[in-house]
Design a protein around this ligand. Sequence first.
Ligand SMILES: Nc1ncnc2c1ncn2[C@@H]1O[C@H](COP(=O)(O)OP(=O)(O)OP(=O)(O)O)[C@@H](O)[C@H]1O
Ligand SMILES: [Mg+2]
Length: 262
Amino acid sequence: MDGDIIFSNVTIFADNQEILKNLNFIIKKGEKVAIVGENGSGKSLLSKAILGLNEYTGNIYINNHNIKRLNKNNIREYIDLIQGDSYLFKGSIIENVNLNNEIKKNIKNVFKDCEIYDDIQRFKEKENTLIGERGVKLSGGQKQRIAIARSLIKDKPIFIFDEALNKIDNKTKEKILLNLTNNYKDKTMLFINHDLNILKHVDKILYIDNNTTTLEKINGEFFNVGLDNSVNSTFKNENDKTLSYIKKIIEINEKIGAMDET
Ligand SMILES: Nc1ncnc2c1ncn2[C@@H]1O[C@H](COP(=O)(O)OP(=O)(O)OP(=O)(O)O)[C@@H](O)[C@H]1O
Ligand SMILES: [Mg+2]
């Protein structure tokens, strides 16, 4: 289907080394999936493989096409990758968003979905405001929200967010995730993110461990994950597999926290 991603016996290499082995999973059109795993576990590599940018064996299908038979531009018609450090150039906001005249959606709604509309309204020249060196200096979170808008307007079936929301404050991030899940139901979205709150908004977790992946449906109750990333939740069932993933994600967060402090 339009928006499906299928991995069949995929092994992904970097520098001739096997990084992820024997991946088999199906992500269906419209599903929202969190990709989690330790630093260096292969999350970004996996997303690049979907775009045909990495060496791999096995078969990857998007929209029922084996990506081996698509050229990179064809693949880009189906997928957009948004990275946390997306580049904005000197120019107006609208020029940055409409890079290749690819506006296929109502731009005002997209700005609202990205929670950047009100910020833009506060600028004197609205979306014609210049950004970059001689223009308005945007915060890291504002830049990320504009980068997400730039991606969403292209209206592709699949979006991959690789740490694309990591500079956005938790409250705003929460709103954006709600907008994405409510207003983009038919879009397949993969979120590479260490924030536990992401789990409230996704259908599945693609967990990377031991050089391979497990795709699990989320069936715990995540409603009490605090904005500070603390988990106060009561889970339906202590044996729930989801709970073991949560514990792993907390471990990952603790490791990252420890690294940040050093
Ligand atoms: N171009 C490359 N050449 C060699 N090794 C690479 C290359 N890209 C990635 N790797 C290796 O592949 C592994 C996975 O890297 P990747 O960037 O996918 O990790 P990640 O899970 O995205 O980590 P992070 O959370 O830090 O972003 C790492 O061991 C990394 O060193
Ligand atoms: Mg990465």
